[in-house]
Design a binder for this molecule. Structure first.
Ligand code: THU
Length: 133
């Protein structure tokens, strides 16, 4: 894992922070925002959307993927995630990693916590053996 310090990452993390303000997280009180960049440099946002039937909750990362694909993206390059409630930079959950792997062999994953810590990992690092056919 590398400590993140590049301008593209800082920009995506700022957008993820903004996106976290749109989260619908009344059950966990853990809002998460995501900002996803495709190969063309277009950026798409997502936030977690919880449901009273808790298992129907959508994570911020998958919300951003749906937004990106519906918006015309095909290959994904980088994602940033942020929660104001996170004491440490988050990793995407396993389900989200597999969904990201549908649209990228590998990609940068940036994460930020409320006290300003950042982390740069990659999809291959977090999910080295994604299910692929
Ligand atoms: N959550 C995300 O949106 N992304 C993650 O990477 C981890 C967890 C959401 C799901 C749920 O709404 C809340 O955070 C608490 O788990």
């Amino acid at each position: 894992m590398k400590k993140a310090n590049n301008p593209a990452m800082e920009h995506l993390l700022r957008l993820a922070h903004e996106a976290s303000k749109k989260a619908h997280a009344p059950y966990s009180n853990f809002p998460v925002g995501a900002a996803l960049a495709d190969e063309k440099g277009e950026i798409f946002l997502g936030a977690n959307v919880e449901n009273v039937s808790l298992g129907l909750t959508i994570c911020a990362e998958r919300s951003a993927v749906a937004c990106a694909i519906a918006g015309g993206a095909s290959k994904l390059k980088a994602i940033a995630i942020y929660s104001p409630e996170a004491n440490e930079p988050l990793h995407p959950c396993g389900a989200c990693l597999q969904v990201l792997a549908e649209f990228a062999e590998d990609m940068d994953i940036y994460s930020g916590s409320a006290d300003g810590k950042t982390l740069h990992t990659t999809l291959k690092e977090l999910l080295p053996r994604a299910f692929r056919r």
